[in-house]
Design a protein around this ligand. Structure first.
Ligand SMILES: Cc1cc2nc3c(=O)[nH]c(=O)nc-3n(C[C@H](O)[C@H](O)[C@H](O)COP(=O)(O)O)c2cc1C
Length: 320
């Protein structure tokens, strides 16, 4: 049994699995490993740091002969940075969070596949108008940033699959094993885009302490908030909170975000907490699905496990 879908056919790949372009952790080695294993590896270009991109895009280009791509945060990435990334020859560019119109035109003009991640139906309709080749339906279980109020993955994916057809939809948010991948396909998605599970791989560029916290943590200990971005002074649009492991600063400021934004002393206290080792320099962004993440696995093994488990889950059972 092979899990062939409109998504695998579009990119000429074996498995309906995409690595989420996690800004920072999803470097060239991780993306290349996922692509070589038969999925679609997406480098996490984030806000578009040129030095980081030059290094990691060179690594992915040298590390795989298969399809790969790169993702950017739409609200932050400059057109010149996306153009620079295009010069490395990606098969796809993914854009998330913000109005993608200008960057999307640039990607389409280059003849490169356009993947747009959406968090609600208005964003989905715009993605279709812009001619997205693939739409990622991100539900609220997702690790890292997502839409507010947002919809759960289970409800958002089938609605979007109906709306977007024949454009393939990938499900994202809370998928960390093959049962989640199987469920995504049953819901009408053409595959899954997976983030947090790939943090627990040797190839991810991530603090080992964060990986340990994810492996030991529970989804019940994650929370969505804008507090940490305000405290860090990162100008994320407020409609995109982020899911992270519980953090003392969030407990202190949740519900008083405007006060925090106006309180320079409080933001200094956040920086002091990092300096004192009270909390990590980067929050531990993590999915609601982390109870399913119990070990560090090479990315290629993870792709194989995901697909084999999904195939088993999709086999007709004589009796349930
Ligand atoms: C550590 C981390 C960083 C992320 N950074 C980005 C990013 O830079 N760009 C982006 O499009 N999505 C980013 N995401 C969100 C993913 O694209 C995706 O929606 C999410 O990981 C899916 O949910 P999951 O973590 O439950 O698999 C990030 C997610 C995590 C966990």
């Amino acid at each position: 049994m092979t899990l062939s879908t409109a998504f695998t056919e579009l990119f000429g790949i074996r498995h309906p699995v995409a690595l989420a372009p996690m800004g920072g952790p999803a470097g060239g080695a991780l993306a290349a490993a996922v692509s070589e294993a038969g999925g679609l590896g997406l480098v996490g270009g984030g806000r578009g740091d040129l030095g980081w991109l030059d290094r990691e895009l060179a690594i992915v280009r040298a590390g795989t002969t298969r399809s790969w791509g790169v993702g950017f945060l739409t609200w932050a990435a400059q057109p010149s940075v996306v153009e620079h990334a295009l010069s490395f020859g990606p098969t796809a560019v993914m854009l998330s969070f913000g109005d993608p119109a200008a960057l999307a035109r640039l990607v389409r003009r280059a003849g490169v596949a356009l993947i747009l991640q959406v968090t609600d139906l208005a964003e989905a309709r715009q993605a279709l108008d812009l001619g997205a080749d693939v739409i990622v339906a991100q539900g609220t279980a997702a690790g890292g940033h997502g839409g507010s109020p947002g919809l759960s993955t289970l409800t958002f994916v089938p609605v979007l699959a109906d709306l977007a057809a024949p454009v393939p939809v990938l499900a994202a948010g809370g998928i960390a094993d093959g049962r989640g991948l199987a469920a995504a396909l049953v819901l009408g998605a053409a595959g899954a885009l997976i983030g947090t599970r790939f943090l627990a791989t040797p190839e991810a560029l991530v603090d080992p302490a964060a990986v340990k916290a994810i492996i030991e943590g529970s989804g019940e200990q994650t929370e969505r908030s804008t507090v940490l971005d305000i405290a860090r002074g990162v100008p994320w649009p407020r409609r995109y909170p982020a899911r992270a492991l519980r953090h003392p600063f969030v407990s202190r400021w949740q519900g008083r975000e405007d006060t925090l934004a106006a309180d320079a002393d409080a933001r200094t206290a956040y920086a002091d907490g990092i300096e004192a080792g009270d909390w990590p320099a980067t929050p531990v962004w993590a999915s609601e699905a982390i109870d399913l993440i119990t070990d560090l696995r090479p990315a290629a093994d993870l792709v194989t496990d995901l697909v084999e488990q999904a195939e088993r889950a999709l086999r007709p059972a004589p009796r349930r």
